[in-house]
Design a protein around this ligand. Sequence first.
Ligand SMILES: NCc1[nH]cc(CCC(=O)O)c1CC(=O)O
Length: 318
Amino acid sequence: MTHAYPTPDTPLKIGTRGSPLALAQAYETRARLMAAFDLPEGAFAIVAIKTTGDDRSLIDADRPLKEIGNKGLFTKEIEEAMLNGHIDIAVHSMKDMPTEQPDGLVLDCYLPREDVRDAFVSRHAASLADLPAGAVVGTSSLRRKAQLLNRRPDLKVVEFRGNVQTRLSKLDNGVADCTFLAMAGLNRLNMADVASSAIAPEDMLPAIAQGAIGIEWRQSDDRITEMLAQLHDTPTGQRLAAERAFLAGLDGSCETPIAGLAVIDGGEIWLRGEILRPDGSDRLSDEGRAPLADAALLGQELAARLRARAPAGFFDWH
Ligand SMILES: NCc1[nH]cc(CCC(=O)O)c1CC(=O)O
């Protein structure tokens, strides 16, 4: 008994950002840990950490995030808190995570993936096809912007930031005719009803790792390593291995116009990927299949094939 961990006296400290979605993801992680190890809620402490990206006084809310400097904007303080022992694990939206982690930290535990699709959100249109010519789309995602303009060059895209509530009130105020959000986030906030429709991956290929929650921890922490190995969802891990290797092979991040989705199909991994010019004027896509054990290799190969096909200047988003 003396080695039992975690307990209400020595709780496992779960670090997260403080946004409603981040907290919902932390609660889901806690619930899964409680169920997997038959632990009481009191054996966990949820620690909300403010990051540079969250701090409104540090950034101008109307400036695109990519101009402010993206990598680590939402993770630096959380990773520092883990390295100095203030928290034990960190819960992240995998879609926002760089493909490399700082020394001493691992990010290899994934919860079962949620809906991967993007949601179309509008007060008056039922779907993308319903939007009249020249309609205004609010989004701050370079991927969504490029995908939309590629299909519908007539649309006008305006910068849209802030949490779900802020974006919905912008729609009410007529700032835009529609916006796009991940179905996963809406589901986790019990707000799926704000989606007018969910968009099929064939119509809008999702962001790398969309809908997946990842848990990061200190490599040196053997107790946590053992627990998280049991919590890990293997199929989600295989799918993200393919998608994240694809992203890494293109030197991409969540701020680049890259989309990709891997699914397990007939016992194999099937990966589709696409890269776009930021203005949507060009789109290159490809797909491939491989045995599950070669998921990461498949991602690398798909990235290499698209790189070889991309004309000079295509990657000027860097
Ligand atoms: N970059 C913001 C972000 N990161 C993860 C999600 C949603 C949840 C997910 O995809 O796991 C969102 C918001 C959105 O795209 O609507």
